[in-house]
Ligand binder design. Structure first.
Ligand SMILES: Nc1ncnc2c1ncn2[C@@H]1O[C@H](COP(=O)(O)OP(=O)(O)OP(=O)(O)O)[C@@H](O)[C@H]1O
Length: 306
């Protein structure tokens, strides 16, 4: 039941939205699609759901011995980028309506709706009109509507958007629960801290191409040629002087006594050390693994350079 995407391309008039993209999603995993605005995530999702087709290349999913060129709608739960619920209807009626559209009996739909509403602490408001909920709470109802028919595959376009940190954590738990129930989840997101916690594997796209792909540790290994170093000085440093001396090294300031440097394989540690010691009295120099946020920024900045 692996979803295999092989060398797909998608063009819109002059724009090539997806270029020769290949990857696969394994059954039961949480797979994250990452990338800056315009990278091609929504174009890809539209092809995975069968809403549009690739101009070339192939998408294949084998389910119960049958082969499909997208995820069939009967087994898909989808949270689209443009949300669509009925603001005048009650929360429970919205959810039952969406479940019934997907062939779920009313009684089961009601049970499922109550189960998930309780999880999101919204059960006591189920009979209120949807429009009376805050934007974040409406988002939670929308998430429930995407999974109320217990699909095997779930695609969520930006499930964290508009949510405060507490509710983002609730969505992390919600997604983990979907995985524990055996669903395969594909999500697009811009919140790297959430993705780092959740995703089994991920694909970073830029300009329609894959920039990195794999588990977080695969990606950290791929980026191993570059290391992040944190330099701490015993006194405040002179920014003007450090800017002149550090021109060849990619760096950013943490505060007036410390900075982060990204050292690539091409650059010399000895030279960096002598540069740092001429900036001021170095108290410590530590290397640390790049988090997903930093890996993402570096990968996008370097994409297309080689
Ligand atoms: N219907 C369309 N007609 C023409 N160009 C399009 C169309 N849809 C997308 N594009 C272009 O294709 C490229 C990829 O867009 P897409 O919406 O897939 O990116 P995205 O990664 O989903 O961005 P975002 O994070 O902003 O939602 C962009 O250059 C966009 O302008």
């Amino acid at each position: 039941m692996e979803l295999v995407v092989s060398k797909i391309q998608k063009h819109y008039a002059q724009v090539t939205a997806i270029k020769e993209l290949s990857f696969s999603v394994k059954q039961g995993e949480i797979f994250a699609l990452l990338g800056p605005n315009g990278a091609g995530k929504s174009s890809l999702v539209r092809m995975l759901t069968g809403f549009t087709q690739p101009d070339s290349g192939e998408i294949t999913l084998t389910l119960d011995g049958e082969q499909f060129s997208s995820i069939p709608s009967y087994t898909l739960g989808y949270l689209p980028e443009d949300r669509g619920l009925y603001p005048e209807k009650s929360i429970i009626k919205n959810l039952i309506y969406f479940a019934q559209l997907n062939g779920v009996e009313k009684k089961i739909a009601n049970e499922q709706a109550c189960y998930w509403l309780e999880r999101f602490e919204l059960l006591d408001r189920k009979d209120e009109q949807l429009k009376t909920l805050s934007k974040g709470n409406q988002q939670k109802v929308q998430l429930i509507s995407a999974v109320i028919h217990q699909p095997k595959w779930v695609i969520l376009d930006e499930p964290f958007s508009g949510l405060d940190p507490i509710n983002q954590e609730k969505v992390v738990l919600f997604l983990s629960e979907l995985k524990a129930k055996g669903m395969t989840v594909i999500l697009s997101a811009h919140q790297m801290a959430m993705v780092e916690k959740l995703a089994d594997r991920m694909l970073l796209m830029n300009l329609g191409e894959a920039v990195f792909y794999g588990t977080l540790s695969d990606i950290q290994q791929q980026a191993n040629s570059a290391i992040e170093l944190s330099a701490q000085f015993s006194q405040g440093i002179d920014n003007e002087k450090s800017e002149q001396l550090l021109t060849q090294f990619k760096h950013r300031y943490i505060d007036d006594q410390s900075l982060m440097i990204t050292l690539t394989a091409k650059e010399s540690m000895n030279q960096l050390l002598s540069t740092l010691t001429s900036i001021g009295e170095l108290q410590s120099l530590q290397s640390k693994k790049m988090d997903l946020h930093q890996l993402y920024l570096n990968a996008i900045a370097n994409h297309g350079e080689n």
